[in-house]
Write a protein that binds this ligand. Structure first.
Ligand code: NAP
Length: 487
């Protein structure tokens, strides 16, 4: 128990520092400016979310969100009567020292892990503020309602902090990406969570038990680690989106504890949007939350039917370029392989080459193509492909029967017709792009390896399908060259 008491000292020092750094004596004018900043900031957050939902307005949405956050910070600096600014300056410097290299050095393909790290920092901040608030109050003086909210803030914050770090480790392959399981794991995990909840209830009734607050925090942080252990690396994007929701809720709880309206609003928006995104991702993969959290999905399954010899037709770049040039309409279906090969700029060149020949080219976007929400939109936008050429799954599917060529570039699961009829398939029920209904299908991939779900794709064995074996960047480059040379 001694270490628990000893560990409280640095926390007390932290809360003392916060107390001395702030002195709440703002004038009426300052409070008015703060409220105005908060109001405009909150409106901008809502507009940002609306604009971010469409590629044509996404940049505007991003800027609106940033201005909203700047207003929230400025409003707080003016209205909270802060007299000693040095702690805040140190915080901004440390944050910038970590954030700027993260933004500049981590590549586009590392966005999922970068997001995991940002959530970890946000959740750490929320839990530290909660912990500081607890130790700042004289022992036993926190009313039960505030104590309950404080516990929720620290529970969600601490588990999101450690959980997001684990997610980062798995995505960056610092930790093993495979699901790590042991017998009785779920019971063990629920015992940790149960321990944290019981501690929180005891604390609400006895807020003077300062040592128990530390036990509670440690249990919450441990639960975050245990929650992520059994989840495979490939399922991390969905988990990160869920952790995003937790971090948002934690920030919202922090807003209640600190009586800060903009925190309540921003946290609630973050929590709700993270949850909605997780639901959209689960639906698009036809998976449930419990299956993602406890399903240990993402391990490659044994080959489906041994013995049965099926053949595929393959073609070279020259033949494929001839077919593409002669087509009236082509739909390009990008997937994870395009992201891995970083082929998006070559794909833009292909779009230009075909458009020049009078071919109508569109891009079919599946909601979970790639490994993170909006993965394909981000890459194609980076390559400056016109937004109006990107068509969502629900809108493009009815067009496939009239399409001359569906060109699949590094996509696999999102085009597998087994999802429509094979009840034994792990992807059964997942909505797919109906590329098999196009007149001709071409698939660029390196070999016959399965995709994320680990299942064979029957699309490759259709009579109308031509396999173009090769790395996406190289093969698309060859197609562009051949189309350019063809007359
Ligand atoms: P996929 O099913 O994972 O297939 C990707 C294909 O790309 C592989 O079959 C691979 O075949 C090929 N490939 C890899 N590197 C390549 C390269 N350099 N050049 C050419 N091809 C390459 O991808 P998807 O169709 O995009 O489907 C996404 C999957 O991820 C879905 O199952 C989805 O449920 C899951 N998921 C998505 C998200 C999300 O938010 N987007 C989150 C979690 C899970 P070869 O090795 O033979 O080349």
């Amino acid at each position: 128990m001694n270490f628990l008491i000893a560990a409280q000292e640095p926390l007390k020092a932290l809360s003392d520092a916060i107390e001395h750094a702030t002195r709440p004596a703002p004038s009426t004018g300052q409070v008015l400016i703060m409220d105005a900043c908060y109001l405009i900031g909150a409106v901008l957050f809502i507009l940002a979310l609306k604009w971010l939902s469409n590629p044509t307005t996404a940049r505007k949405g991003n800027t609106a969100g940033q201005i909203g956050m700047l207003l929230a910070v400025v409003g707080t600096l003016i209205g909270a009567g802060i007299v000693e600014i040095h702690w805040i300056v140190i915080g901004i410097l440390v944050g910038s020292l970590i954030g700027v290299p993260m933004a500049l050095l981590m590549p586009m393909t590392a966005v999922p892990q970068r997001t995991a790290l940002s959530h970890a920092f946000g959740a750490l901040a929320a839990s530290l503020v909660g912990i500081a608030h607890f130790y700042q109050e004289p022992a036993g003086h926190i009313p039960p309602l505030v104590m309950g909210i404080l516990c929720l803030e620290v529970l969600l914050g601490a588990l999101t902090f450690t959980g997001s770090l684990m997610a980062f480790g798995k995505l960056q392959e610092i930790l093993p990406t495979r699901p790590m399981t042991f017998s009785g794991q779920n019971i063990f995990n629920f015992m940790i969570l149960g321990g944290a909840i019981v501690s929180a209830i005891v604390l609400v009734m006895n807020p003077e038990m300062q040592w128990l607050f530390l036990v509670f925090t440690v249990l919450a942080a441990l639960f975050g680690i245990m929650l992520i252990l059994p989840i495979g690396g490939a399922d991390m994007p969905t988990v990160i989106s869920l952790l995003n929701a937790y971090a948002g809720l934690s920030a919202s709880m922090m807003g209640f504890v600190l009586d800060n309206k903009v925190l309540i609003i921003a946290g609630a928006l973050d929590g709700a949007s993270g949850l909605i995104l997780s639901i959209i991702m689960c639906k698009a993969m036809n998976r449930s939350f419990t299956n993602v959290l406890f399903g240990a999905f993402g391990q490659v399954q044994a080959a489906a039917v041994a013995g049965e010899q099926k053949t595929v037709k393959s073609a070279g770049a020259e033949e494929a370029a001839g077919i593409l040039s002669a087509a009236t309409s082509v739909v390009i279906v990008p997937g994870y392989g395009m992201a891995v090969a970083q082929a998006q700029h070559r794909v833009h060149e292909l779009y230009d080459a075909l458009t020049k020949k009078g071919v109508d080219v569109k891009f079919a976007i599946h909601p979970v193509a790639g490994r993170m929400p909006g993965h394909m939109n981000v890459l194609l936008a980076e390559a400056e492909i016109p937004y109006d050429k990107l068509v969502e799954m629900e809108d493009i599917n009815s067009e496939f029967p009239q399409v001359d060529v569906a060109l699949v570039i590094g996509a696999n699961d999102v085009t597998n017709p087994a999802a429509r009829h094979d009840k034994s398939s792990p992807i059964y029920g997942m909505p797919i792009l109906d590329v098999d209904k196009a007149r001709t299908v071409m698939v660029i991939k390196r070999g016959m390896a399965p995709g994320f779900a680990g299942v064979e794709n029957e699309l490759y064995y259709l009579d109308k399908t031509l396999m173009l074996f090769g790395d996406a960047k190289g093969m698309v480059g060859s197609l562009v060259k051949e189309i350019g040379e063809a007359h």
